[in-house]
Design a binder for this molecule. Structure first.
Ligand code: NAD
Length: 366
């Protein structure tokens, strides 16, 4: 038993190896005994500006999984901001535990840790964190977005994330089928949460044939019923024939096991880090003839929304206008990928990295 426990604890040299490989700037481990707060904040890259990214709460099996998740998520934020033309860097936070742990004291303590970073990291919502949580965090720090609209914030970013994802799905349909109509397309949404439920509305308006899966069967049933969809079992989704698979839950859904089972033309959804291994599984999808819309490109609507708030002049109209560009950028990336003979994920990464390198050089020459 003891040996297993030790294996689960990441050793400091292993953490440095991960940070070095993924090129992070900073990893902050936060602990507060009275409230049970265990938070990790990761800042990946601040060439384009201070980092901005949501806080995810999840009952990770062990600390190593939490560190891996926050490192991958914050890295994704760097590329998301870059490809979206935003002047912010990549950061993200995770809270280890179940949402029942949250209290005013817990969230305010977390806010103080964010404040201690002096603006290098600004937070927002992600899985299992909501506008009400941001209000508590805001009692301790200015470095928080996703505040309610009646408090001068931009509100929950999920509807804008869903809108951008919907446009990304349409762009992928245009590329794969020659036109972007989703009418009659069999689309499976995995995860009927904040983003999934709004995405379902857009797709249902276009008369797509919806399937909804969630580990919480009540949520799946509610979203399916509201959008003329049907519920499918969460554990068998990869085997279901469909036209478009839209992962909107946890990452890592595209891997050695799932990809060979997939029978679809397109994978396009909102979940972060859908590819378990970016290079390998991006290529594997290409080899299987499946068009993959890069997650960090098509799920950037929420970041655009909180960015607008971060700039201090929140306007839903401007946020939606930014999100509308996801359609055109997605088409550009699909073209770039085929002209270079690489996967769309690789093409999107190249585009994002180029902007960071260009701006980095610009700053250095000043
Ligand atoms: P959420 O917590 O509101 O919803 C996630 C849903 O997925 C929950 O209903 C949960 O029960 C379900 N789920 C978890 N594991 C599952 C599984 N194995 N199979 C089926 N369902 C499962 O989260 P959200 O805010 O909707 O975010 C969903 C995804 O989109 C996350 O990966 C998140 O990082 C990403 N994302 C969210 C936003 C945003 O604005 N909320 C922005 C960009 C990216």
């Amino acid at each position: 038993m003891e040996a297993t426990k030790t294996e689960e604890k990441p050793k400091i040299n292993e953490i440095y190896t991960q940070i070095e490989e993924m090129e992070h700037e900073q990893l902050v481990i936060c602990y507060d005994k009275p409230t049970g707060l265990k938070a990790i904040i990761a800042i990946h890259n601040t060439v384009l500006g201070p980092s901005l990214g949501g806080t995810r709460m999840w009952h990770y099996t062990n600390e190593a999984d939490a560190i891996k998740d926050v490192l991958r998520l914050s890295r994704g934020m760097t590329f998301k901001a870059s490809i979206s033309g935003l002047n912010i860097g990549g950061g993200k936070a995770v809270l280890i535990g179940k949402p029942s742990l949250k209290s005013e004291a817990y969230l305010r303590r977390f806010g103080r840790f964010i404040e201690s970073l002096g603006g290098r990291y600004t937070t927002a919502e992600d899985m299992n964190t909501h506008t009400a949580d941001m209000e508590y965090i805001a009692m301790e720090t200015r470095h928080v977005t996703g505040l309610p609209e009646n408090k001068g914030g931009g509100g929950d970013p999920s509807p804008v994330t869903a809108y951008g994802t919907y446009l990304g799905i349409k762009a992928a349909a245009k590329r794969a089928y020659g036109n972007d109509s989703l009418e009659g397309k069999k689309i499976l949404i995995q995860g009927a949460g904040q983003v999934g439920k709004h995405l379902a509305k857009h797709l249902s308006k276009e008369n797509a044939v919806l399937m909804v899966a969630d580990i919480d069967s009540e949520k799946a049933a509610k979203v399916a019923a509201a959008n003329k969809g049907k519920v499918v079992k969460a554990d068998t989704i990869h085997e279901i024939p469909m036209d478009i698979y839209a992962p909107c839950a946890m990452g890592g859904q595209l891997n050695d096991t799932s990809i060979p089972l997939l029978s679809c033309d397109i994978v396009a959804g909102a979940a972060n880090n859908q590819l378990e291994d970016e290079q390998k599984h991006g290529q594997m999808l290409l080899d299987h003839g499946i068009l993959y819309a890069p997650d960090f490109l098509i799920n950037a609507g929420g970041l655009m929304n909180v960015y607008q708030e971060y700039q201090g002049n929140y306007s839903k109209t401007l946020a939606l206008e930014k999100a509308e560009k996801i359609y055109g950028t997605s088409l550009e990336v699909f073209n770039l990928a085929s002209s270079r003979g690489i996967s769309p994920h690789e093409a999107a990464l190249q585009k994002a990295v180029k902007r960071i390198q260009d701006i980095g050089q610009l700053k250095m020459s000043w």
